[in-house]
Design a protein around this ligand. Structure first.
Ligand code: UDX
Length: 447
């Protein structure tokens, strides 16, 4: 099947390559010429494990092309919309300019019988509005994407579910077309759910809002543990074994960031307010506030480790990406923490295995180092802000030799506290009252 993919960012580039892997003849369209040039040479324009291999192994010549010209999508039978829908400046409302622009560029090339399939996350009601503006004979479905950065290839080729939102009118033909696109996934028994357009749009934001709520729930409990004298990591461990709850997205730490969760909960709340049901999701404001407080609490731990003030202290921040296995620094809790520490007069040095270039562009005022050793040299406190595997595996003995004082703030509860303490480190962690106290009382129940 001939397929076009509009927008070749974290979502679209992976989707285009995955569609080629599923056997389709794919053209990816993006307005960014540098991104198109990289993809055309088989290079991933951002760090995403498995994407380069997927780009390299996508069948014969012509099976996967990239272009800046929407006219190159004219032959496609299915056009996927994968552009970004960021948060508007100054409000929580989703900015749909990229979506409108991509559709405007594509519109003159839409042949009767072809279909447009939205994958971007949009405010409910967008799909019906866009459908009304399409030429006669062109259908529109909404097929939200649930992929996580860092796992995008596997999430696309082995999704938990496929959701097809279709209008009443012409819905059957759209379902048949999407079934043909995803035939190889359906053969693997991936559950496929057919809904109306509004439900499909909401399916994505509701899932993301639930995940954000789960994370903030864990971090809210962490605040109580800090005050009451408990260990939130041990506590969520007890919750995780309840099969009705499960342990995913209950990580105690710096909270959520990235290009989706923060803006999606704000856009969901903003859209609900427009619809007159803002009260139904007003708790999402609290989810956001709890998430922001995680950073404040981590800064407080760093301050305490430095004896009450961060002014003129050297602080090494391990991690800039919003999560491991990504180079994405959008709404990164690690960078927000680094900025907050710098704002208190500290000399901050940030390192990250993949996100240094993007971090430097986003926060040029901070100091940067190529690796942990360089970042930690002479540090008064080391803050673990993004739980890359290589940071979890750090040798505390070796690191103790380069710092000025062996203070660790484990803002992701990523390391084995007992091991670090045994190597002479004062370890403080979010959600753990015992390690927030003075060093003399600082042994945790696990130490
Ligand atoms: C998310 C959704 O998971 C995905 O389905 C959707 O399509 C896009 O948004 P992504 O933003 O790539 O994906 O990252 P995800 O792995 O979900 O993590 C989001 C943030 O939550 C990260 O900052 C991560 O560090 C944080 N997180 C995650 C926690 O703070 N605690 C946890 O327990 C889990």
């Amino acid at each position: 099947m001939k397929v076009s993919v509009h927008g070749c960012g974290y979502l679209g580039a992976v989707h285009a390559a995955a569609m080629a892997r599923l056997g389709h003849d794919v053209v990816g369209i993006d307005v960014d010429a540098a991104r198109v040039a990289a993809l055309a040479e088989g290079r991933a324009p951002f760090f995403e494990p498995g994407l380069t291999a997927l780009l390299a192994g996508t069948g014969g010549p012509g099976a996967l092309r990239f272009s800046t010209d929407a006219a190159d999508a004219a032959a496609a039978e299915v056009h996927f919309l994968c552009v970004g829908t960021p948060q508007s400046a100054g409000s929580g409302v989703a900015d749909l300019q990229q979506l409108e622009a991509a559709l405007a560029a594509l519109r003159p090339h839409l042949r009767p019988g072809s279909v447009v399939v939205g994958k971007s996350t949009v405010p409910v009601g967008t799909a019906a509005r866009l459908a009304a503006g399409l030429p006669d004979g062109v259908g529109l479905a909404w097929n939200p994407e649930f992929l996580r950065e860092g796992h995008a290839v596997a999430d696309t080729l082995h999704p938990d579910r496929l959701v097809y939102g279709v209008p009443d009118d012409g819905g059957e033909a759209l379902v048949a077309r999407l079934d043909a696109v995803y035939a190889r996934l359906l053969a693997d028994d991936v559950p496929r759910l057919v809904t109306d357009l509004a439900t499909a749009e909401l399916a994505k934001v509701a899932a993301n809002a639930f995940l954000a709520t789960k994370i903030s729930f864990a971090n809210a409990v962490a605040e109580v543990c800090e005050a009451a004298g408990g260990d939130a990591v041990a506590l969520v461990g007890t919750m995780a074994l309840d099969r009705r709850i499960g342990g995913d997205y209950l990580g105690v730490g710096l909270g959520f960031g990235g290009g989706c969760l923060p803006k999606d909960i704000r856009a969901f709340a903003a859209r609900a307010r427009e619809l007159g049901v803002g009260d139904a999701v007003s708790f999402l404001d609290e989810v956001d506030a709890i998430n922001d407080r995680c950073r404040d609490r981590a800064v407080e731990l760093a301050r305490a480790a430095c004896g009450g003030s961060l002014a003129d202290r050297r602080v090494a921040v391990l991690g800039a990406a919003f999560k491991p296995d990504s180079d994405d620094v959008r709404s990164s809790p690690a960078l927000a923490l680094a900025r907050a520490v710098a704002a208190e007069g500290a000399d901050v040095v940030v390192t990250d295995p993949q996100a240094l270039a993007l971090a430097q562009a986003a926060a040029p005022e901070l100091g940067y180092a190529a690796d942990v050793r360089e970042a930690a040299a002479g540090a008064d406190v080391v803050v673990l802000a993004t739980e890359w595997d290589e940071y979890r595996a750090l040798d505390p003995h070796a690191l103790a030799r380069v710092v000025r004082a062996p203070h660790l703030v484990d803002a992701r509860n990523a390391v084995d506290r007992a091991r670090w303490r045994a190597a002479g480190w004062d370890v403080r962690a979010l959600g753990v009252a015992a390690v927030r106290a003075a060093p003399a009382q600082s042994s945790s129940p696990t130490a």
